[in-house]
Design a protein. Structure first.
Length: 508
């Protein structure tokens, strides 16, 4: 078995676990959002989303990019200087604790100023309460990043995906059942973050995954220098993701923000497989690159990108072909007018998905500064387009700005990755499924089908997927690694996949 195949097996196994956790997290997350959207007014829903957006940006600043850098650094020191891992972890936790407390104080004291920017007085108490969750969420993120560096997915799935999501949903549900006032939603958010951190910390020390040692300030300086470009990339990434919400709040109203945030969370479902694979990909890709096996890394990148695209296509097809049915099912009829925005956002996030893990691959090969530059360029484009398009086109303009910015950053990252390593996703067996999908989507879109609800759309989607996968097989787009992975899954789960194996082997 080649190094590429071994890496793909590990990525597939880790991706499956992360995806299961992500689905559970999204399930409870959507239930929580749906409860808030249905039980409170659209303006209150908008206030919650504005506060959450501000807090998300503050979290990136408070963690200094450590959530992206620590997995690589822990994995590196584990291989080269294992004796320094304790010091690395200690200094990282100390720095993030101090920065998160400082940012919390800033948000509490500056909440009135931030509220004036968005002409929303209710944002004052929202920020003053929700900002108290920042140290808890920051330290939780750092603990997860440390476990990721050790190649573990348990902490991410059990505590961040399942425990926190269930706590948040449960406390929101209790808040609504008791008919408490709206500001209790923000208290519920703080409680969920605090309890999650407490239980995660206890477990990390119980299994001795973390052993604190004396603080090494020189190591801290190295970590900060490496992480700052990733922090700036993270800030720019949040600008790309959340500027639409913030500028809608500035130019329009909290009602419009609430309407838009029925489409936005749905579109953000599309990179779920990309993100799941991205959790386990960096340490394995780093090992191949460090050994000089760029050809193996390219093969991993191409096969992985094809898998991600094939898995994401059904979700994209539902959102793009039947946006009204999708939004109506999750958020209710009063949000159906956001359907055009969902289509536009779905295109942007699907483009982000089908080019693969280009940004993470650049970090693996040491190009974190280029990732920073490309993300900053795209963020500037995002802000400019939002300023130009929102006053004219409202939520459709905001969606267009976001989609364009994702297009730009992915093109730039993919071009740089190819320039440095000649790695790209477009194997012939990936191009063929792409062409088939574009043609079929175009045909169905041209038919202009109208459906009364999601249950009427599902049979059409099933037929689409059946025809699609038949044409993929007919075009012989199956790689030998696909069959090898299927054999590994069969061995792991103990289920006989004989018919499927015979079909795939016939079309390799």
């Amino acid at each position: 078995m080649s190094d590429a195949t071994q890496a793909l097996h590990k990525i597939a196994r880790g991706t499956g676990i992360i995806f299961a956790g992500t689905v559970i997290s999204m399930f409870f997350g959507f239930l929580s959002r749906a409860i808030i959207a249905r039980e409170f007014s659209t303006s209150e829903h908008g206030v919650f989303n504005l506060a959450l957006t501000v807090l998300s940006i503050a979290l990136v600043i408070a963690t200094l990019g450590f959530q992206n850098s620590l997995p690589r650094e822990v994995a590196f020191y584990k291989e080269r200087e294992a004796s320094r891992i304790g010091s690395l972890i200690s200094i990282a936790l100390a720095i993030v604790l101090l920065t998160s407390l400082a940012v919390t104080l800033f948000l509490v004291s500056g909440s009135a100023f931030i509220a004036r920017i968005f002409n929303e007085d209710r944002l004052i108490y929202a920020l003053r309460i929700m900002s108290l969750a920042l140290p808890f969420s920051a330290l939780t993120g750092i603990f997860i990043a440390i476990s990721q560096g050790f190649g573990r997915v348990r902490e991410r799935v059990y505590f961040q995906n399942i425990l926190y999501s269930f706590l948040w949903f449960s406390i929101v549900g209790v808040t609504v059942l008791l008919k408490l006032k709206f500001y209790y939603i923000f208290i519920a958010y703080v409680m969920a973050q605090a309890v999650t951190l407490f239980i995660l910390t206890f477990d990390m020390f119980r299994i001795k995954l973390i052993q604190l040692e004396s603080v090494d300030f020189e190591l801290g300086k190295e970590l900060v220098r490496f992480s700052i470009p990733l922090m700036l990339s993270g800030i720019a990434g949040f600008v790309m993701t959340w500027t639409d919400t913030l500028m809608l709040g500035y130019y329009k109203s909290s009602d419009v923000v609430g309407l838009y945030n029925s489409a936005s969370p749905l579109a953000k479902l599309l990179p779920v497989f990309l993100g799941s694979a991205g959790f386990i990909y960096p340490p394995l890709a780093t090992a191949l690159y460090a050994q000089g096996k760029v050809g193996e890394l390219k093969r991993v990148y191409q096969i992985l990108t094809k898998w991600i695209f094939l898995l994401t296509l059904p979700i994209f097809a539902m959102m793009f072909l039947f946006p009204e049915a999708t939004i109506g099912f999750f958020f209710g009829a009063k949000y159906v007018s956001a359907a055009p925005a969902l289509q536009i956002l779905a295109l942007g996030f699907m483009f982000h998905t089908f080019l693969g893990l280009n940004g993470l691959s650049l970090v693996v090969i040491g190009e974190s500064r280029f990732v920073m530059y490309s993300t900053l360029i795209s963020a500037v484009i995002n802000v400019v387009l939002n300023a130009l398009l929102i006053p004219l086109y409202g939520i459709e303009g905001a969606a267009t700005a976001t989609a364009v910015s994702y297009f730009v950053t992915n093109v730039l990252n993919s071009l740089r990755l190819y320039q440095r390593t000649e790695i790209h996703p477009f194997s012939w067996n990936y191009v063929k499924p792409l062409v088939v999908s574009f043609v079929l989507l175009g045909v169905i879109k041209r038919l202009n089908l109208r459906v009364a609800g999601i249950w009427y759309a599902l049979p059409i989607l099933v037929v689409f997927l059946g025809v699609y996968f038949f044409l993929v097989l007919l075009s012989r787009s199956v790689d030998k690694e696909d069959v090898e992975l299927l054999l590994a899954i069969e061995s792991k789960v103990g289920v006989d996949l004989g018919i499927i194996k015979r079909i795939l082997r016939r079309f390799v």
